[in-house]
Write a protein that binds this ligand. Sequence first.
Ligand code: FCB
Length: 452
Amino acid sequence: MTPTRSDFPRDFHFGAATSAYQVEGAVYEDGRGASMWDSFAHHSGCIADASTGDVACDHYHRMEDDVALMQRLGHTAYRFSVAWPRVLPQGRGEVNPRGLDFYDRLVDLLLEQGIAPYATLYHWDLPLALHDQGGWLQRDTCHAFAEFAGVVARRLGDRVHSYATLNEPRCSATVGYLEGRHAPGLMDRRKALLAAHHLLLAHGLALPVLRSFTTTAKIGVVLDVKPYYPADKLAATAQAVRRADGVFNRWFLDPLLLGHYPQDIWEAEGACVPQLSATALEHDLRTIAQPIDSLGLNYYTRGVVVHEPTRPFPHVREVPVEGAQHTTMGWEIYPQGLYDMLVRIARDYPALDLFIAENGAALRDTVANGAVHDPVRVQYLQSHLGAVARARQDGVPLSAYIAWSLLDNFEWGKGYTQRFGLCHVDYATQVRTPKASALWLRDFITQQPAAA
Ligand code: FCB
């Protein structure tokens, strides 16, 4: 369906997201400590263009202008992350007041402009000091995270509209500890599952801490979700779909929202699962599954799979879809997958407020005569907003659509080769140019009446 503003209620939020390491730069300034991403980007040889986040979009120095930009684009929400090593340079202990001041000012500026702050506490920039002590393989890091959450929430309190503990624990654990493409660059299935467990535990330990500092903010977590579809009608393919979904989606959704790991995957992972006594596991799961107020979802693409026994668990291979359109990340554009995922999550994990925390497309964008013509992104936004509108009509409780990203930025292992922004960034001059898609979204948000 072609969505209009009137498909969404007045208080529905529209905006864009960024994360600290991807946009801030200023990595050596005002007392910021190092994170494992500083170290990974500088030493691993794993960044496609050998770049780092040292300067990125220089958002740390241009924050006022960037908030003004959001305002001009009609945004009513901004999702950002708080750099843990800016606030606690050693990961725990001594607080760096200048780090906290930055986010304090950001939140005030957003509120002055009528933009709801959505703060993410962990978007992958683990303080290097904690990483050196074992990072997410160490249970103690979960407690350090809860302390960090408390330091931030004590300062920002009720001014934040929504706190997310973690961004994409799946990606942190799988891409960082199993595929080795992200920091810390490990390739070990046991470690990945242990890191995943500790990330979930950190989320759970932070929840009561966050609640003690705010009565109004919505508290939750952001997950990346990806629907899987069979490439053919074979029974083995149907089982492959179930396993792929189990590893990517249910491994995180189930413990957080149902209080247990998915039994089929737990059994299939065998000795790779966290080695805890039944009592200890049960205890952790009670912590992990405490109620949350909202769940943020990051949606980019789907997977079409077949059974592939020669591959490691979950024994699946993604197959290319004929005629499909892809972004420069190689991700298929498939808005129906967003609708399917939303309906499925609302069915399997009911009574939970959902919002889209990331959704967007990387394309080959260039500036010509001061403008960026990006019709594919306009179409992407329109079709995905259509999926959100349709899901709402079908009863899925959704409260915001937050696009990835406000700015072109440091796309992790791909460096600056991928442009996801609503605004183009010229990295030599730091000039921001709203792309045609940003203007389309602005008109969508501001030029039509909202539903009553
Ligand atoms: C997500 C990340 C985000 C960005 C997008 C493209 O997995 O959360 O930081 O890199 O992908």
